[in-house]
Design a protein around this ligand. Structure first.
Ligand code: TRP
Ligand code: SF4
Length: 404
């Protein structure tokens, strides 16, 4: 078995909401595009999570799944670089969810802010279900099944990564305590060789006695380099650094998605449910007409009225798509009534069309070849499953469920 390096592993998921829009592209997807070259990435469709709120009407689920995958691929998420898969194709997520549920206090789930918030927001649905309460735990299982150390999410998901950390800590605390842990750890230290052993002991002492976080980091880096000890011993020594037990499930970090606030056509955040979105596969004519109809500074009623870009949603788009010079042109032209609003929108329309054209083409190609999309996902799901199976093997063993 090869050792997993949690720090270089990224996992993230999206609920299948159907076709994605420019807000997804400038927020989540551009971030994924960068990460896929820097980390070992796992990106998945959280179809079970969609069921927690839409269990009564799963009729669009399948279309939404494939539409989302097509959009990922169309923007350049590369199945050669990242592992792309569907949650429900990796049943180990469900097994880990179940095992973790045994030791997850109800109160931890009840106090996750999204629980009550969403229940209030989605009043028309009955969300007083076991599955909905368990939403963050399923998310924890998603993350921990891959021992991913980095989880790119928006700020709204930070609490879910936090509870994942608590659950991992609790799991390690309960199941990482094998009989004779200390002796095993000491033996493992000696296996690293004299010099390394001495270094490890010194760093561990600095952390345990003085809370020296840097020493902890250095010691972890040191352990990662050790190829002459087993994975089990490595886990022991990670845990021994903090004095607890083996680290079976590493605690993940949230990798906050940089806030690219993509304004919608009305200046509010772009969202399908606000009806202010431009989808990645929007037809060129619709892109143009939506932008032409976009409201501007309400004070600019006639062409001769000067306007104020800071009060105009069109200007917010310029801040994303236009260079400094062009933004300056807008500011001047608007405040002096030198340009009309359609003049102002023209370069924006061109920029968005140019951005969407290759995405649209690629998406069309994939729509015409559904088998290609399906085989990418089948392959990714198999790869993901191999990884999750490795974790589950260790988890079962730690709990004592590895009997035959
Ligand atoms: N809850 C996330 C969202 O709504 C989706 C998600 C499910 C997820 N499992 C995950 C994100 C694991 C990151 C890691 O956006
Ligand atoms: Fe908005 Fe541009 Fe019109 Fe000014 S000129 S109001 S920035 S659309």
């Amino acid at each position: 078995m090869s050792a997993v390096d949690p720090q270089s592993r990224v996992l993230s998921g999206m609920r299948p909401t159907g076709r994605l829009h420019l807000g997804h592209y400038h927020g989540v997807l551009k971030n994924w595009l960068r990460l896929q070259h820097e980390y070992e990435c796992f990106f998945f469709v959280a179809d079970w999570h969609a069921l927690t709120t839409h269990y009564e009407d799963p009729s669009k689920l399948e279309d939404h799944v494939w539409d989302m995958v097509i959009d990922w691929l169309a923007v350049g998420i590369n199945p050669g670089a990242a592992t792309l898969f569907i949650q429900s194709k990796v049943p180990e997520h469900a097994e880990l969810n179940l095992l973790l549920s045994m030791m997850t206090p109800l109160s931890w789930l009840e106090r996750v802010p999204s629980y009550k918030d969403q229940q209030e927001k989605l009043r028309e649905r009955d969300l007083s279900t076991y599955g909905f309460l368990g939403y963050p735990l399923l998310q924890s299982a998603d993350i921990l099944a891959y021992r991913a150390g980095q989880v790119p999410v928006g700020a709204d998901q930070e609490a879910h990564v936090e509870i994942t950390r608590e659950i991992a800590r609790r799991f390690n605390h309960i199941y990482g305590r094998e009989p004779g842990f200390e002796q095993n750890a000491e033996m493992a230290i000696n296996k690293m060789g004299k010099k390394t052993a001495k270094l490890y002991r010194g760093l561990r002492k600095s952390y345990l006695e003085q809370g020296d976080e840097e020493a902890l980091e250095t010691a972890r880096a040191l352990l990662k380099e050790q190829s002459n000890i087993t994975v089990g011993d490595q886990e022991r020594l990670f845990g021994y650094l903090e004095g607890t037990g083996k680290v079976i499930l590493p605690e993940p970090q949230a990798l906050l998605t940089p806030q690219a606030r993509m304004p919608g056509l009305d200046g509010q955040k772009m969202s399908k449910s606000y009806g202010n979105a431009i989808s990645l596969r929007e037809a060129p004519d619709d892109v143009a007409s939506k932008l032409k109809k976009m409201p501007t500074d309400p004070a600019r009623i006639r062409r001769n009225d000067p306007g104020e870009p800071d009060k105009c949603p069109v200007y917010q788009l310029h801040q994303i798509y236009s260079d400094d010079e062009q933004q300056e042109w807008v500011q001047q032209g608007c405040r002096s009534a030198g340009i009309g609003c359609l003049d102002c929108k023209k370069p924006l329309i061109d920029a968005i069309q140019a951005e969407l054209e290759p995405i649209r083409m690629e998406a069309r190609e994939l729509e015409d070849n559904p088998d290609v999309v399906k085989s990418i996902i089948a392959e990714g799901s198999e790869r993901a499953r191999d990884e999750a199976q490795d974790t589950l093997r260790e988890v079962r063993e730690a709990i004592g469920l590895d009997y035959r």
